[in-house]
Design a protein around this ligand. Structure first.
Ligand code: PEP
Length: 262
């Protein structure tokens, strides 16, 4: 599936939260409001255990489903892992790959990210590749080096047609779950670097249509100013995506900002 950045893209990463009844309640509320949110692409990313139940609720609406991780093999003796065909089977269209929490706690590397991206694409899943620097890397002036390396390695070996099917999420690690958000100019600086890098590697046509999300303590109150920046096409939202009300508010703010900058 080729995706376009004509609309703001909002993805809610639920991390390791919610029971099945809580998940169903949340997406029912989101679905009720979704006819008012058609000027945005909306994706919910629950834990594996509730994917199928969430899928049943969002069926027939514009809300799409994503998973938080994937393994690169199709099947076999890989206890605890979930394969691309399994995610398709559960109704997923998207999958986050290389989230900083996976890199930090579960040994994800640029190489495993690359393998997972290839596996997702091979099964018509859209990867949301997460990249970003730590506070220490930012303070040492290494932000662009870090992000540039993550792009080069994460996307290694992919052709232009595959790059068209990838979403990139810039998530400074120091802003994830901390309540500290990158200022809009700080985020825009990195987003514009990422788009420039995509231009150099894949040409202007692909780079200008690429979807580059910002993630890191996005809330209703800061969405508008972040989404107003030229190179920011949406948000990957953690904590504030857990409640339907705040995710809906974020979506409305994103739609407003996006319309004004067009
Ligand atoms: C995330 O989980 O990707 C994230 C950005 O979390 P939060 O919005 O809670 O900072």
């Amino acid at each position: 599936m080729t995706i376009s950045n004509e609309k703001p893209f909002l993805a809610g990463n639920w991390k390791m939260h919610k029971t099945i009844p809580e998940a169903v309640e949340m997406v029912k509320a989101l679905k009720e409001e979704s006819p008012q949110l058609t000027d945005a692409e909306l994706v919910v990313i629950p834990p594996y255990t509730m994917l199928s139940e969430v899928k049943k609720v969002i069926e027939g609406s514009t809300i799409q489903l994503g998973a938080q991780n994937i393994f690169w093999e199709e099947k076999g003796a890989f206890t605890g892992e979930v394969s691309p065909p399994m995610l398709k089977d559960a109704g997923c269209q998207y999958v986050t790959i290389g989230h900083s929490e996976r890199r930090q706690y579960f040994g994800e590397t640029n190489e495993t990210v690359n393998k997972k991206i290839k596996a997702a694409l091979a099964h018509e899943l859209t990867p949301i590749m997460c990249i970003g620097e730590s506070l220490e890397e930012r303070e040492k002036g290494n932000t662009m080096d870090k992000v540039g390396t993550q792009i080069n390695s994460g996307l290694e070996g992919l052709g232009k047609d595959e790059i068209r099917r990838i979403v990139i999420a810039y998530e400074p690690i120091w802003a994830i779950g901390t309540g500290v958000t990158a200022t809009p100019p700080q985020a825009e600086e990195v987003h514009s670097f990422i788009r420039k890098k995509l231009t150099e590697k894949y040409g202007n046509e692909i780079a200008s249509y690429a979807i580059i999300l910002y993630g890191g303590s996005v809330k209703p109150a800061n969405t508008y100013s972040i989404l107003k920046e030229n190179n920011i096409n949406g948000a990957l939202v953690g904590g504030a995506s857990l409640e339907a009300d705040s995710f809906i508010q974020i979506t409305k703010e994103a739609i407003k900002a996006y319309k004004e900058k067009k």
